[in-house]
Design a protein around this ligand. Sequence first.
Ligand code: GLU
Length: 304
Amino acid sequence: MPDFQAILEHIYQDAVIASDKGTVASYIPELAHIDKNNFGIHLRTSDGNDYGVGNYNKPFSIQSISKVLALSKAIALIGEGTWKRIDVEPSGHPFNQLALLEIENGIPRNPLINSGAIVIADILISNLKNPKEDFLNYVRDLTGDETINFNKDVAHSEKVTGFKNYATANLLKSFNNLNNPVEDVLDFYFHQCAIEMTCQQLTKAFFFLANKGICMLNKTRLTKSQAKRINALMLTCGFYDEAGEFAFEVGLPGKSGVGGGIVALLPDHFVITTWAPGLNKKGNSKLGMLTLEQFTSKTKLSIF
Ligand code: GLU
């Protein structure tokens, strides 16, 4: 068994002195003032051991990482019906690209880009009694932590500047791939993205995907086959138009968000979360990518 704590500390020390830490996302104004010197890593192995370095207990905006949890909830609710409205192919384009959606008649390429996540939000609104509250409770329950919450300022900040997401939702509606009002769907979507969690909480929340669908609290959240499908989607579609690069460098299923977080996992072995708010040109955390590449190289643990 590798000495995980020593490996994480070594990687952390190397990465923390990097001169180029990327650029903090500013298109959501409320995220622009986050200090890019924040940096944390948390690892949990399948046998229940925890390892952490840096700011692994500081909450941050999970943004697109929430798309995986929303997808999991939708699949738990409606199963295969999900795939009547969304495809499972990588887009090869930025997360908020509109052109492809128009060419492909309102069927999003996958659930991890914005158009697909907005359809998932629509599914959740149609199937949950109190959508925002129920989804938040689902995330809390997966993690076993009642303190997790929305950051309402971040949700509002996106609401007043999210013109492209409004365009996406309207385009989906024009193709009859949105059943609820655009305003309601986006209100839900902006809130799910504005959930704040720590690296440690995210590692716990994603544990069921590394554990055949069974969460930290020993409840079955998905079947083994459903968990496999979500992991396949993370591998092929989890990093915007840099999914190939992540698979090439890191070799794990994972998901990033513009808040600077990345969660990655090796089924039956571990979940690892990094947070470093500076992003590269494709919108993925610069130090996070570097850290995970180092982690799988040093431990020789990846799916390949
Ligand atoms: N809420 C963000 C958006 O829709 C999420 C983007 C991301 O993290 O990739 O633009």
